[in-house]
Design a protein around this ligand. Sequence first.
Ligand SMILES: Nc1ncnc2c1ncn2[C@@H]1O[C@H](COP(=O)(O)OP(=O)(O)OP(=O)(O)O)[C@@H](O)[C@H]1O
Length: 378
Amino acid sequence: MQERDHLSVEGLQAGYGAGLVLKGIDLAVPKGQFVALLGSSGCGKTTLLRSIAGFETPRAGRILRDGAEITALPPDRRGMSMVFQSYALWPHKTVAQHIGYGLALRGLPRAEIAARVAEVLAMLGLAGLEGRKPAALSGGQRQRVALGRALAVRPDILLLDEPLSNLDARIRLQLRGEIRALQQALGITAIHVTHDREEAMVMADRIVILDQGVIRQDGSPEEIYNRPNSGFVAAFMGAENLLALEAVAGDGGVRLPASEWNRALPLPGLRPGPVEARFRAEAAVLQPVDAPEAAPGVLSLFGRVTGCSYPGGCWRLSLRIGQAQVEALAPMPHVPGSAVRLDVPPAQLFLFAAPADGRGDTHGPRTVPEPQPQRSFR
Ligand SMILES: Nc1ncnc2c1ncn2[C@@H]1O[C@H](COP(=O)(O)OP(=O)(O)OP(=O)(O)O)[C@@H](O)[C@H]1O
Protein backbone atom coordinates (compact mmCIF):
# COMPACT_ATOMS: atom_id res chain seq x y z
CA MET A 1 0.00 0.00 0.00
CA GLN A 2 1.53 3.33 -1.08
CA GLU A 3 0.43 6.82 -0.11
CA ARG A 4 -1.08 7.48 -3.53
CA ASP A 5 -3.15 4.26 -3.79
CA HIS A 6 -6.75 5.34 -3.87
CA LEU A 7 -8.16 1.85 -3.89
CA SER A 8 -6.36 -1.34 -2.91
CA VAL A 9 -7.38 -4.94 -2.95
CA GLU A 10 -5.09 -7.28 -1.05
CA GLY A 11 -5.18 -11.07 -1.23
CA LEU A 12 -8.89 -11.04 -1.98
CA GLN A 13 -10.69 -14.37 -2.04
CA ALA A 14 -14.41 -14.65 -2.68
CA GLY A 15 -16.86 -17.27 -3.84
CA TYR A 16 -20.31 -18.74 -3.62
CA GLY A 17 -21.23 -21.85 -1.62
CA ALA A 18 -18.39 -24.33 -1.76
CA GLY A 19 -16.82 -22.71 -4.85
CA LEU A 20 -13.97 -20.22 -4.69
CA VAL A 21 -14.22 -17.70 -7.54
CA LEU A 22 -11.49 -15.14 -6.68
CA LYS A 23 -8.32 -16.93 -5.64
CA GLY A 24 -6.22 -14.12 -4.22
CA ILE A 25 -6.47 -10.82 -6.07
CA ASP A 26 -3.99 -7.98 -5.46
CA LEU A 27 -4.69 -4.67 -7.12
CA ALA A 28 -3.57 -1.15 -6.20
CA VAL A 29 -5.19 1.71 -8.10
CA PRO A 30 -3.97 5.31 -7.92
CA LYS A 31 -6.46 8.19 -7.90
CA GLY A 32 -7.97 9.05 -11.26
CA GLN A 33 -6.91 5.85 -13.00
CA PHE A 34 -9.34 4.02 -15.29
CA VAL A 35 -8.86 0.27 -14.89
CA ALA A 36 -10.57 -2.26 -17.15
CA LEU A 37 -11.12 -5.74 -15.72
CA LEU A 38 -11.09 -7.93 -18.79
CA GLY A 39 -11.70 -11.64 -18.99
CA SER A 40 -13.95 -14.29 -20.43
CA SER A 41 -17.36 -15.13 -19.06
CA GLY A 42 -17.29 -16.56 -15.55
CA CYS A 43 -13.68 -15.59 -14.72
CA GLY A 44 -14.80 -13.52 -11.72
CA LYS A 45 -14.88 -9.92 -13.00
CA THR A 46 -18.28 -9.08 -11.58
CA THR A 47 -17.52 -10.87 -8.32
CA LEU A 48 -14.44 -8.67 -7.91
CA LEU A 49 -16.38 -5.51 -8.71
CA ARG A 50 -19.20 -6.43 -6.35
CA SER A 51 -16.70 -7.24 -3.60
CA ILE A 52 -15.13 -3.79 -4.05
CA ALA A 53 -18.61 -2.23 -3.95
CA GLY A 54 -19.50 -4.13 -0.79
CA PHE A 55 -22.23 -6.33 -2.30
CA GLU A 56 -20.20 -9.51 -1.72
CA THR A 57 -18.39 -10.47 1.47
CA PRO A 58 -14.86 -11.70 0.80
CA ARG A 59 -13.66 -14.92 2.40
CA ALA A 60 -10.16 -13.54 2.85
CA GLY A 61 -8.18 -10.42 2.09
CA ARG A 62 -8.76 -6.70 2.51
CA ILE A 63 -10.12 -3.75 0.58
CA LEU A 64 -8.69 -0.32 1.38
CA ARG A 65 -9.61 3.18 0.38
CA ASP A 66 -6.90 5.81 0.80
CA GLY A 67 -5.18 3.36 3.11
CA ALA A 68 -8.16 2.81 5.41
CA GLU A 69 -9.73 -0.63 5.49
CA ILE A 70 -13.30 -0.73 4.20
CA THR A 71 -13.73 -4.50 3.81
CA ALA A 72 -16.61 -4.61 6.30
CA LEU A 73 -18.27 -1.28 5.44
CA PRO A 74 -21.73 -1.38 3.83
CA PRO A 75 -21.91 -0.27 0.17
CA ASP A 76 -23.38 3.15 0.90
CA ARG A 77 -20.51 4.09 3.19
CA ARG A 78 -17.72 3.38 0.71
CA GLY A 79 -17.98 6.60 -1.34
CA MET A 80 -18.40 4.57 -4.51
CA SER A 81 -21.14 4.40 -7.13
CA MET A 82 -21.89 1.47 -9.36
CA VAL A 83 -23.49 1.36 -12.81
CA PHE A 84 -25.03 -1.96 -13.87
CA GLN A 85 -25.34 -3.64 -17.26
CA SER A 86 -29.12 -3.83 -16.84
CA TYR A 87 -29.43 -0.08 -15.98
CA ALA A 88 -31.40 -1.01 -12.82
CA LEU A 89 -33.86 1.88 -13.26
CA TRP A 90 -37.24 2.09 -11.51
CA PRO A 91 -40.16 2.11 -13.98
CA HIS A 92 -42.21 4.58 -11.92
CA LYS A 93 -39.51 7.20 -11.39
CA THR A 94 -38.67 10.02 -13.78
CA VAL A 95 -35.22 10.84 -15.11
CA ALA A 96 -34.90 13.71 -12.60
CA GLN A 97 -36.01 11.48 -9.72
CA HIS A 98 -33.42 8.86 -10.66
CA ILE A 99 -30.62 11.38 -10.82
CA GLY A 100 -31.68 13.06 -7.59
CA TYR A 101 -32.25 9.77 -5.75
CA GLY A 102 -28.90 9.48 -3.97
CA LEU A 103 -28.97 13.18 -3.09
CA ALA A 104 -32.43 12.89 -1.52
CA LEU A 105 -31.25 9.85 0.47
CA ARG A 106 -28.41 11.94 1.79
CA GLY A 107 -30.93 14.59 2.86
CA LEU A 108 -29.67 17.43 0.69
CA PRO A 109 -31.91 20.53 0.52
CA ARG A 110 -34.37 20.56 -2.41
CA ALA A 111 -32.76 23.54 -4.08
CA GLU A 112 -29.37 21.89 -4.06
CA ILE A 113 -30.80 18.66 -5.42
CA ALA A 114 -32.47 20.58 -8.25
CA ALA A 115 -29.23 22.39 -9.07
CA ARG A 116 -27.18 19.18 -9.09
CA VAL A 117 -29.78 17.32 -11.15
CA ALA A 118 -29.72 20.13 -13.71
CA GLU A 119 -25.92 19.99 -13.80
CA VAL A 120 -25.91 16.21 -14.39
CA LEU A 121 -28.70 16.42 -17.01
CA ALA A 122 -26.60 18.95 -18.94
CA MET A 123 -23.41 16.94 -18.49
CA LEU A 124 -25.01 13.80 -19.95
CA GLY A 125 -27.06 15.45 -22.69
CA LEU A 126 -30.36 14.58 -20.97
CA ALA A 127 -31.74 18.11 -20.59
CA GLY A 128 -35.39 18.18 -21.68
CA LEU A 129 -35.96 14.54 -20.72
CA GLU A 130 -36.13 15.08 -16.95
CA GLY A 131 -39.88 14.33 -16.73
CA ARG A 132 -39.74 11.07 -18.70
CA LYS A 133 -39.90 7.59 -17.24
CA PRO A 134 -37.56 4.77 -18.39
CA ALA A 135 -40.15 3.22 -20.74
CA ALA A 136 -40.06 6.42 -22.81
CA LEU A 137 -36.27 6.40 -23.19
CA SER A 138 -33.91 4.69 -25.63
CA GLY A 139 -31.33 2.19 -24.34
CA GLY A 140 -28.56 4.76 -24.58
CA GLN A 141 -30.64 7.36 -22.71
CA ARG A 142 -31.46 4.82 -20.00
CA GLN A 143 -27.82 4.04 -19.48
CA ARG A 144 -27.06 7.78 -19.35
CA VAL A 145 -29.68 8.10 -16.60
CA ALA A 146 -28.06 5.23 -14.69
CA LEU A 147 -24.71 6.95 -15.12
CA GLY A 148 -26.22 10.26 -14.02
CA ARG A 149 -27.63 8.63 -10.88
CA ALA A 150 -24.16 7.29 -10.11
CA LEU A 151 -22.38 10.58 -10.81
CA ALA A 152 -24.84 12.90 -9.03
CA VAL A 153 -23.55 11.88 -5.61
CA ARG A 154 -20.04 12.86 -6.77
CA PRO A 155 -18.37 9.57 -6.01
CA ASP A 156 -14.63 9.51 -6.31
CA ILE A 157 -14.70 5.83 -7.25
CA LEU A 158 -16.99 4.70 -10.07
CA LEU A 159 -17.64 0.98 -10.62
CA LEU A 160 -18.96 0.06 -14.06
CA ASP A 161 -20.31 -3.45 -14.64
CA GLU A 162 -20.51 -3.90 -18.42
CA PRO A 163 -22.61 -0.73 -18.75
CA LEU A 164 -22.43 -0.74 -22.55
CA SER A 165 -23.13 -4.33 -23.44
CA ASN A 166 -26.90 -3.94 -23.87
CA LEU A 167 -26.53 -1.07 -26.31
CA ASP A 168 -26.28 -1.15 -30.07
CA ALA A 169 -22.86 -0.66 -31.66
CA ARG A 170 -23.19 3.02 -32.56
CA ILE A 171 -24.46 4.13 -29.15
CA ARG A 172 -21.86 1.96 -27.47
CA LEU A 173 -19.04 3.75 -29.30
CA GLN A 174 -20.51 7.14 -28.44
CA LEU A 175 -21.08 6.37 -24.73
CA ARG A 176 -17.62 4.85 -24.44
CA GLY A 177 -16.10 8.17 -25.35
CA GLU A 178 -18.49 10.11 -23.12
CA ILE A 179 -17.81 7.98 -20.04
CA ARG A 180 -14.06 8.23 -20.53
CA ALA A 181 -14.22 12.02 -21.04
CA LEU A 182 -16.38 12.48 -17.92
CA GLN A 183 -14.15 10.25 -15.82
CA GLN A 184 -11.10 12.25 -16.88
CA ALA A 185 -12.78 15.62 -16.44
CA LEU A 186 -14.04 14.72 -12.95
CA GLY A 187 -10.80 12.94 -11.93
CA ILE A 188 -12.73 9.86 -10.79
CA THR A 189 -11.06 6.51 -10.20
CA ALA A 190 -12.94 3.98 -12.34
CA ILE A 191 -13.05 0.19 -12.41
CA HIS A 192 -14.78 -1.06 -15.53
CA VAL A 193 -15.78 -4.69 -16.07
CA THR A 194 -15.94 -5.81 -19.66
CA HIS A 195 -15.31 -8.80 -21.86
CA ASP A 196 -14.88 -6.54 -24.89
CA ARG A 197 -11.19 -6.24 -25.70
CA GLU A 198 -11.49 -3.14 -27.85
CA GLU A 199 -13.64 -1.37 -25.26
CA ALA A 200 -10.98 -2.04 -22.63
CA MET A 201 -8.21 -0.87 -24.98
CA VAL A 202 -9.81 2.45 -25.89
CA MET A 203 -11.24 3.39 -22.50
CA ALA A 204 -8.69 2.29 -19.93
CA ASP A 205 -5.35 3.52 -18.64
CA ARG A 206 -4.67 0.03 -17.45
CA ILE A 207 -6.01 -3.42 -18.25
CA VAL A 208 -6.16 -6.27 -15.76
CA ILE A 209 -6.69 -9.66 -17.39
CA LEU A 210 -8.50 -12.11 -15.15
CA ASP A 211 -8.70 -15.84 -15.75
CA GLN A 212 -10.38 -18.31 -13.41
CA GLY A 213 -10.13 -15.96 -10.45
CA VAL A 214 -6.49 -14.95 -10.83
CA ILE A 215 -4.80 -11.98 -12.51
CA ARG A 216 -2.91 -13.19 -15.58
CA GLN A 217 -1.49 -9.82 -16.62
CA ASP A 218 -1.76 -6.23 -15.46
CA GLY A 219 -0.45 -3.38 -17.59
CA SER A 220 -1.15 -0.54 -20.00
CA PRO A 221 -3.25 -1.34 -23.07
CA GLU A 222 -0.12 -1.12 -25.26
CA GLU A 223 1.80 -3.47 -23.00
CA ILE A 224 -0.94 -6.08 -22.85
CA TYR A 225 -1.54 -5.90 -26.59
CA ASN A 226 2.08 -5.86 -27.74
CA ARG A 227 3.80 -7.82 -24.96
CA PRO A 228 1.39 -10.46 -23.69
CA ASN A 229 3.09 -12.50 -20.97
CA SER A 230 1.47 -15.82 -21.89
CA GLY A 231 -0.21 -17.67 -24.69
CA PHE A 232 -3.48 -17.22 -22.84
CA VAL A 233 -3.22 -13.41 -22.81
CA ALA A 234 -1.93 -13.32 -26.41
CA ALA A 235 -4.93 -15.36 -27.57
CA PHE A 236 -7.34 -13.28 -25.48
CA MET A 237 -5.91 -10.11 -27.05
CA GLY A 238 -6.56 -11.42 -30.56
CA ALA A 239 -3.41 -13.39 -31.43
CA GLU A 240 -5.53 -16.42 -32.18
CA ASN A 241 -3.34 -18.00 -34.83
CA LEU A 242 -1.48 -20.81 -33.12
CA LEU A 243 1.45 -22.88 -34.37
CA ALA A 244 3.04 -25.70 -32.39
CA LEU A 245 6.79 -25.48 -33.03
CA GLU A 246 9.79 -27.43 -31.80
CA ALA A 247 12.88 -25.46 -30.78
CA VAL A 248 16.15 -27.37 -31.18
CA ALA A 249 19.66 -26.62 -29.90
CA GLY A 250 22.35 -26.29 -32.58
CA ASP A 251 25.75 -24.69 -33.22
CA GLY A 252 24.28 -21.20 -33.56
CA GLY A 253 22.01 -21.50 -30.51
CA VAL A 254 18.39 -22.51 -30.17
CA ARG A 255 16.45 -22.34 -33.42
CA LEU A 256 13.42 -23.48 -35.32
CA PRO A 257 14.73 -25.76 -38.07
CA ALA A 258 13.43 -25.36 -41.61
CA SER A 259 10.67 -27.71 -42.72
CA GLU A 260 8.42 -27.98 -45.75
CA TRP A 261 6.15 -25.31 -44.24
CA ASN A 262 8.60 -22.89 -42.63
CA ARG A 263 12.02 -21.31 -43.08
CA ALA A 264 14.55 -21.71 -40.25
CA LEU A 265 14.38 -19.09 -37.49
CA PRO A 266 16.76 -18.37 -34.61
CA LEU A 267 14.94 -18.51 -31.27
CA PRO A 268 17.27 -16.71 -28.87
CA GLY A 269 16.15 -16.85 -25.25
CA LEU A 270 14.02 -19.95 -25.67
CA ARG A 271 15.01 -23.38 -24.45
CA PRO A 272 14.90 -26.40 -26.72
CA GLY A 273 11.49 -28.05 -26.63
CA PRO A 274 7.91 -27.40 -27.69
CA VAL A 275 7.10 -23.75 -28.43
CA GLU A 276 3.72 -22.10 -28.84
CA ALA A 277 3.81 -19.39 -31.53
CA ARG A 278 0.93 -16.94 -31.74
CA PHE A 279 0.15 -14.07 -34.08
CA ARG A 280 -2.80 -11.96 -35.20
CA ALA A 281 -4.34 -12.40 -38.64
CA GLU A 282 -3.55 -8.75 -39.39
CA ALA A 283 0.10 -9.13 -38.32
CA ALA A 284 1.01 -11.58 -41.07
CA VAL A 285 2.02 -10.35 -44.51
CA LEU A 286 0.90 -12.48 -47.42
CA GLN A 287 3.55 -13.04 -50.13
CA PRO A 288 3.87 -15.03 -53.32
CA VAL A 289 5.76 -18.28 -52.61
CA ASP A 290 8.69 -17.13 -54.75
CA ALA A 291 9.04 -13.67 -53.13
CA PRO A 292 12.60 -12.69 -52.08
CA GLU A 293 13.67 -14.05 -48.71
CA ALA A 294 12.29 -12.11 -45.75
CA ALA A 295 14.40 -9.99 -43.37
CA PRO A 296 16.18 -11.75 -40.47
CA GLY A 297 13.86 -12.57 -37.58
CA VAL A 298 10.76 -12.83 -39.78
CA LEU A 299 9.02 -16.20 -39.61
CA SER A 300 8.20 -17.28 -43.16
CA LEU A 301 5.48 -19.90 -43.42
CA PHE A 302 4.29 -21.78 -46.49
CA GLY A 303 0.78 -23.07 -46.94
CA ARG A 304 -2.34 -23.25 -49.03
CA VAL A 305 -5.51 -21.20 -49.04
CA THR A 306 -8.49 -23.20 -47.80
CA GLY A 307 -11.09 -20.44 -47.69
CA CYS A 308 -11.61 -16.80 -48.62
CA SER A 309 -14.29 -14.37 -47.45
CA TYR A 310 -14.86 -10.62 -47.61
CA PRO A 311 -15.86 -9.08 -44.25
CA GLY A 312 -15.18 -5.58 -45.66
CA GLY A 313 -11.87 -3.75 -46.13
CA CYS A 314 -9.52 -6.71 -46.68
CA TRP A 315 -10.15 -10.29 -47.73
CA ARG A 316 -9.93 -12.81 -44.95
CA LEU A 317 -8.11 -15.99 -45.84
CA SER A 318 -8.05 -19.33 -44.07
CA LEU A 319 -4.77 -21.11 -44.63
CA ARG A 320 -3.43 -24.55 -43.94
CA ILE A 321 0.17 -24.35 -42.68
CA GLY A 322 1.47 -27.82 -41.85
CA GLN A 323 -1.05 -29.20 -39.35
CA ALA A 324 -2.33 -25.76 -38.37
CA GLN A 325 -5.24 -23.75 -39.65
CA VAL A 326 -4.58 -19.99 -39.51
CA GLU A 327 -6.22 -16.78 -40.67
CA ALA A 328 -4.62 -13.92 -42.58
CA LEU A 329 -5.74 -10.75 -44.34
CA ALA A 330 -5.09 -9.95 -47.98
CA PRO A 331 -5.86 -6.97 -50.25
CA MET A 332 -7.02 -9.35 -53.01
CA PRO A 333 -9.11 -12.53 -53.02
CA HIS A 334 -7.29 -15.87 -53.34
CA VAL A 335 -8.61 -19.06 -54.88
CA PRO A 336 -8.78 -22.00 -52.47
CA GLY A 337 -5.85 -24.30 -53.18
CA SER A 338 -3.43 -21.42 -54.01
CA ALA A 339 0.05 -21.76 -52.54
CA VAL A 340 1.12 -18.72 -50.50
CA ARG A 341 3.83 -17.53 -48.13
CA LEU A 342 3.00 -15.80 -44.88
CA ASP A 343 5.64 -13.60 -43.22
CA VAL A 344 5.23 -12.82 -39.52
CA PRO A 345 7.43 -9.93 -38.30
CA PRO A 346 9.34 -10.58 -35.05
CA ALA A 347 7.59 -7.84 -33.02
CA GLN A 348 4.25 -9.46 -33.76
CA LEU A 349 5.25 -13.05 -33.26
CA PHE A 350 4.60 -14.10 -29.67
CA LEU A 351 6.62 -17.14 -28.64
CA PHE A 352 6.17 -19.06 -25.43
CA ALA A 353 7.56 -22.28 -24.14
CA ALA A 354 4.63 -24.63 -24.66
CA PRO A 355 3.19 -25.51 -21.29
CA ALA A 356 1.81 -28.71 -19.95
CA ASP A 357 -1.51 -26.98 -19.11
CA GLY A 358 -2.01 -25.20 -22.43
CA ARG A 359 -1.45 -21.73 -20.98
CA GLY A 360 1.88 -20.87 -22.54
CA ASP A 361 4.15 -19.45 -19.87
CA THR A 362 5.96 -22.22 -18.04
CA HIS A 363 9.51 -21.28 -18.85
CA GLY A 364 9.21 -17.83 -20.17
CA PRO A 365 8.52 -16.28 -23.53
CA ARG A 366 11.28 -15.23 -25.87
CA THR A 367 9.96 -11.87 -26.95
CA VAL A 368 8.34 -10.84 -23.71
CA PRO A 369 10.07 -9.31 -20.70
CA GLU A 370 9.16 -10.43 -17.21
CA PRO A 371 5.77 -8.98 -16.21
CA GLN A 372 6.21 -5.56 -14.62
CA PRO A 373 5.79 -5.50 -10.87
CA GLN A 374 2.42 -3.97 -10.19
CA ARG A 375 3.75 -0.95 -8.34
CA SER A 376 5.84 0.17 -11.28
CA PHE A 377 2.72 0.71 -13.33
CA ARG A 378 1.57 4.24 -12.62
N1 LIG B 1 -24.83 -15.58 -6.87
C1 LIG B 1 -24.06 -16.59 -7.32
N2 LIG B 1 -24.20 -17.83 -6.83
C2 LIG B 1 -23.42 -18.85 -7.26
N3 LIG B 1 -22.47 -18.73 -8.20
C3 LIG B 1 -22.30 -17.51 -8.74
C4 LIG B 1 -23.08 -16.38 -8.33
N4 LIG B 1 -22.66 -15.30 -9.05
C5 LIG B 1 -21.69 -15.76 -9.85
N5 LIG B 1 -21.46 -17.06 -9.68
C6 LIG B 1 -20.45 -17.89 -10.37
O1 LIG B 1 -19.18 -17.34 -10.10
C7 LIG B 1 -18.35 -17.37 -11.26
C8 LIG B 1 -17.86 -15.98 -11.57
O2 LIG B 1 -18.99 -15.17 -11.91
P1 LIG B 1 -18.83 -13.64 -12.30
O3 LIG B 1 -20.20 -13.11 -12.52
O4 LIG B 1 -17.97 -12.96 -11.31
O5 LIG B 1 -18.05 -13.78 -13.68
P2 LIG B 1 -17.81 -12.70 -14.82
O6 LIG B 1 -16.37 -12.79 -15.16
O7 LIG B 1 -18.31 -11.37 -14.40
O8 LIG B 1 -18.68 -13.30 -15.99
P3 LIG B 1 -19.62 -12.58 -17.11
O9 LIG B 1 -18.67 -11.91 -18.06
O10 LIG B 1 -20.32 -13.74 -17.75
O11 LIG B 1 -20.52 -11.63 -16.41
C9 LIG B 1 -19.19 -18.01 -12.34
O12 LIG B 1 -18.85 -19.37 -12.42
C10 LIG B 1 -20.61 -17.84 -11.87
O13 LIG B 1 -21.44 -18.88 -12.32
